[in-house]
Design a protein around this ligand. Structure first.
Ligand SMILES: NC(=O)CC[C@H](N)C(=O)O
Length: 361
């Protein structure tokens, strides 16, 4: 093993874990959250929804398949969910200095260093997770000797404005024109739409997309507290007065809910994993889903013309909403997966079917 620097993870309740650095040696602060997926670190680390968060992996061995050799297809990376690492830091138990995979081009540690993102190993991530489960997600900081830093709460900022596109960008040349409101979109949402004969027009989070002629509106995932993204909520509010099909994912679900008049709140420790069971309301169909969120819609505040569409079987929280008569729906989980199970990708087909019906009218 190379010469490794030690660093401390300090939680806001005073708990201290000492770890060893395998990424960039820099002190950082953020919200400490855990995820229980066994694979998928290239996708998770590049998911813009993790902005401001120090990510803890409960699965112990991380890094053994390296980082894929990535290239662009249709203007987006094939394996990454955006063009850089978005987590503030990564914390693992056992980092694999050796890696092996046919498509690996570098180690996880080198990738973190290139992106100037710290990584710590040799931390008992299961003990750490027990604390986060009991007390709820907490602020925390990674401190290297001689490099002090203050705690920082990312949820007090509009993180979406940091990760959204600055320009309008068009992908593909399909028959269905979809405006994608980019609050920090994952690439696989774009891929899923392009595979279904869409032209995707990606617009900034605060762009008044109602002025664009299109066949459907897509509200992306994104970081932080949905209450910080008021401008998007106002634009979505105008869209729901019309009948053009809308689909949303994760932050998109929360923004659609808020535009409808519902409230959102912070969950104790969120859902971040590949095995979250959700029930399609009114049926006994249960799907296993990929999730990454810390906030949720309060079902009790949904207005009468809306209804819960999915419910989480573990904790009964909202996992999606739909309008009772208009073609609007959204999910709190990730039907685009990446990483995780793809069982609910059919929801993109439902969105495209809504668009086809709308175009016939
Ligand atoms: N993945 C997402 O879009 C997350 C939405 C929101 N930032 C939350 O944590 O709940």
């Amino acid at each position: 093993m190379q010469n490794v620097q030690k660093a401390k993870l300090i939680l806001e309740d005073g708990t201290v874990f000492e770890g060893k650095s395998f990424g960039y040696d820099k002190s950082v602060a953020g919200e400490v959250v855990f995820y229980t997926a066994m694979t998928g670190y290239p996708e998770s680390l590049t998911d813009p929804s993790y902005t401001g968060q120090i990510l803890v992996s409960t699965y112990p061995m991380i890094g053994n398949y390296g980082v894929p050799n990535d290239r662009e297809e249709d203007g987006i990376f094939r394996h990454f969910e955006s063009d850089k690492i978005h987590v503030s830091a990564l914390i693992v138990s056992d980092y694999s200095f050796e890696y092996s995979h046919w498509n690996a081009m570098k180690s996880l540690g080198n990738w973190l260093k290139e992106n100037k993102v710290p990584g710590l190993f040799d931390i008992d991530t299961r003990a750490l997770t027990k604390i986060l489960r009991e007390k709820g997600s907490m602020l925390g900081k990674i401190v290297f000797d001689g490099n002090p830093i203050d705690f920082y709460d990312p949820n007090e900022e509009n993180l979406v404005s940091r990760v959204s596109t600055n320009d309008v960008v068009t992908y593909g040349n399909g028959d269905h024109k979809v405006v994608l409101v980019d609050c920090g979109v994952k690439n696989n949402i774009i891929r899923c739409l392009l595979r279904r004969n869409a032209t995707v027009i990606k617009v900034p989070w605060n762009y008044d997309f109602n002025q664009i002629e299109c066949d459907g509106i897509f509200l992306s995932n994104g970081p932080g507290d949905p209450a910080m993204v008021q401008e998007t909520v106002e634009n979505v509010g105008k869209a729901i007065d019309e009948v053009k099909p809308i689909m949303g994912i994760c932050l998109g679900n929360q923004l659609l809910g808020r535009a409808a008049g519902a409230d959102t709140y912070k969950l104790k420790y969120g859902h971040r994993s590949h095995n979250q069971p959700v029930l399609l309301t009114g049926t006994d169909k249960c799907y296993i889903t990929s999730q990454n969120h810390g906030f949720a819609i309060d079902d009790n505040t949904l207005p009468d013309d809306w209804e819960p569409m999915f419910v989480n079987v573990n904790d009964q929280t909202n996992e999606g909403i739909r309008h009772k008569t208009k073609p609007f729906f959204s999910t709190q989980f990730h039907p685009e997966a990446s990483s995780g199970p793809v069982d609910t990708e059919f929801l993109f087909d439902d969105f495209i079917d809504n668009i086809k019906k709308y175009k016939k009218q």
